[in-house]
Write a protein that binds this ligand. Structure first.
Ligand SMILES: C=C(O[C@@H]1C=C(C(=O)O)C=C[C@H]1O)C(=O)O
Length: 419
């Protein structure tokens, strides 16, 4: 691992490609990078530059500023020929930030090779250190994906019942007016007989959740429905999710559950905190924030959510990392008030979330990019996968119902791991 604080000088070439194979078909097994949505997106591999950010002790530390500075230095020093000129062409960094600024593990990776596709255009970007050199990784042959094999499952920091106890404790604290909402998560572990081929997980997730953002950055792999921020020029969009119910087994049952979700005072309260945290974060950085008056329904194969699509126009000079720093953690993954919720999470979950529930995505040197909230994901290391799922807790939450909701959220990664 290279720990770099100064950005290196890179030679970057983006050319149009005529053939459009499935993006995932290009990926080698080692350290793949991916961001996919409805078949479009970016895949990358190799490592031309990397920034590993230390844990911060200050609650409002500097990690996003450091990342922004590193990207600007990289852009200023790079020799770029970009024959395509779309968001995601030229130099690109994939990144993942820890949920808690006190946790180590936030990172940005600039790959050696990127293949991208967007609205019928396909491109290849190579990133080298010397003029005329070819990234070795480009020449490496791609092996076919492997099955995962049998898995052994175990609890993470808390058993389901133990976590239910944490939910009950959170409800008591909310009822005692310490806070309004907190999102509590738990982890579970899977152990395979050999190294887990992350590409197998990516292709299963992309197939099962085409409307989600299927990602892989530095071993964190998942398919999140929650878009933290898409930036194209001065326009930003976001999709706030909070409020969840399972899918029905018949269309009648599905409709009935959806009706309950849309009408539930508890779920709309949970959703409102998430919307308000986004509005508060974006208002100082934008000229206007557009949000619907009432949430819509977002249906995924495992769950349905209350969803509010947001859009805004950024003020001059605001960087993508300024926006991410202001938004994270939204009350969809932290709580309200944010600081109290962060302390309650540290105290009650009994684990380090790592990059789960943190911002994950990519950024180019124009500042365009897409960042999701890392949900429905697992941290995969060798033969082990650590899966995460969390639920928003408010005064009306019931621990048994939250255990069931977390199980349905785990299902995305559990199914991806099952051959
Ligand atoms: C925290 C997670 O999901 C978040 C919590 C939700 C809820 O509590 O209803 C819904 C969507 C996400 O914002 C997760 O999937 O782990």
């Amino acid at each position: 691992m290279t720990v770099a604080s100064e950005a290196p000088r890179l030679i970057v070439r983006t050319v149009a490609l005529r053939d459009h194979h499935e993006l995932l078909g290009h990926l080698p097994e080692t350290a793949p990078l991916a961001w996919l949505h409805n078949g479009d997106g970016l895949v990358g591999w190799g490592e031309a530059a990397r920034l590993d950010l230390p844990a911060e002790n200050e609650p409002n530390g500097q990690r996003f500023d450091t990342a922004a500075r590193w990207m600007s230095e990289l852009a200023a020093a790079a020799d770029v020929e970009d024959a395509v000129g779309l968001p995601g062409t030229g130099p690109v960094a994939f990144g993942g930030f820890t949920f808690d600024p006190r946790s180590p593990g936030s990172t940005l990776v600039v790959p050696r090779v990127v293949v991208g596709s967007r609205a019928g255009r396909v491109w290849l970007t190579t990133i080298c250190d010397h003029p005329g050199s070819h990234p070795d990784a480009l020449l490496s042959s791609v092996t076919s994906t492997r099955y995962i094999g049998p898995l052994t499952w175990s609890d993470g920091s808390l058993s389901a019942q133990g976590w239910g106890g944490a939910v009950a404790a959170a409800v008591r604290r909310i009822r005692a007016a310490e806070l309004h909402k907190v999102v509590l998560a738990r982890d579970i572990h899977a152990e395979a007989g050999g190294t887990i081929d992350v590409r197998t997980l990516l292709s299963r997730l992309a197939r099962a959740y085409p409307n989600c953002y299927t990602f892989c950055v530095d071993g964190l792999v998942g398919a999140t429905p929650e878009l933290l921020l898409r930036r194209a020029g001065g326009d930003v969009t976001s999709l706030v999710l909070a409020g969840t119910r399972p899918r029905g087994s018949t269309s009648e049952e599905d409709e009935r559950i959806a009706g309950d979700l849309l009408a539930s005072a508890k779920e709309t309260e949970e959703h409102r905190y998430a919307v308000e945290s986004l509005r508060t974060a974006l208002t100082p950085l934008t000229s206007s924030v557009r949000l619907p008056d009432h949430p819509e329904l977002l249906r995924l194969s495992n769950v349905q959510h209350l969803a509010s699509p947001a859009s805004a126009t950024l003020r001059e000079g605001v960087s993508t990392f300024d926006v991410i720093a202001a938004m994270h953690p939204t009350a969809a993954v932290g709580g309200t008030p944010a600081r109290v919720a962060m302390d309650v999470i540290r105290e009650l979950e009994g684990m380090d979330r790592g990059r789960y529930a943190g911002p994950v995505g990519w950024l180019d040197t124009r500042g365009d990019g897409e960042w999701g909230i890392a949900l429905r994901c697992a941290h995969v290391e060798g033969s082990r996968a650590r899966l995460f799922a969390g639920c928003g807790i408010v005064a009306g939450s019931d621990p048994e119902a939250e255990i069931a909701e977390a199980d349905s959220k785990f299902r995305a990664m559990r199914s991806a791991l099952a051959d």
